[in-house]
Structures are given as structure tokens and as C-alpha cells.
Design a protein around this ligand. Sequence first.
Ligand SMILES: [Zn+2]
Length: 108
Amino acid sequence: MTVRCSERVYDSQGFGDYLCSRPVAKDKDGQPVLEGGKPYCSIHLPSVVARRRVERGAKWRQKWEGWLEERRRQAACLVACKGVSTEDLEQGNYVILKKEETTNDSAH
Ligand SMILES: [Zn+2]
């Protein structure tokens, strides 16, 4: 008897689900690897699925943090460029103010 993966996969066309037809993951002795008492293919092993989910989560968080940083930078740039015209910015005719100067300036 061929041991099949225990995972049910969904048909992409929405015709329902069926058992995964991939060969079952085997250990180094050629025995099917069981998790939770069931055999799975190398893709659907619950431990592999869990690890993949964690990796995807980390990737997502990295993306999200990159986006946040970009927004933060845009906001900071807007503040730094206050009072400078877009034309001057494009042509490089501007000076980035140091913190002391801006603080003194806003004291008025
Ligand atoms: Zn499978």
C-alpha cells in the first residue's frame, strides 16, 4: 500500500478538495515521517508548514517596517524642506538646517 500525504488540498478552480498526491516524506531509514500520527509529504509536514508561516511572517514584518520607515522619512523630509520651493529642491538650491538653528528659529 502506498502511503499518501494526509493533507487535503483545495482545487484552484473551486471544485472541492482532494488528498495531496505528493509522495510522503521519509526519514533516513526510508520510513514515512509521521506528525500527529499521520504521514505528510515534505511540503505539508505540520512542522514545515509552521516554519514557512513564521518565515513568511518575518518577511512581511520586514516589508511593513520598511514601509513605516519610508513614511517616517517622507514626513521628516517634509519638515526639513519646509519653506524651500520645489524648484529649489529639484535644483539643489537648499541648505539642510541644523537642529539648533531650527530650534532658535521656532522660539519666536
Ligand atoms: Zn502533501
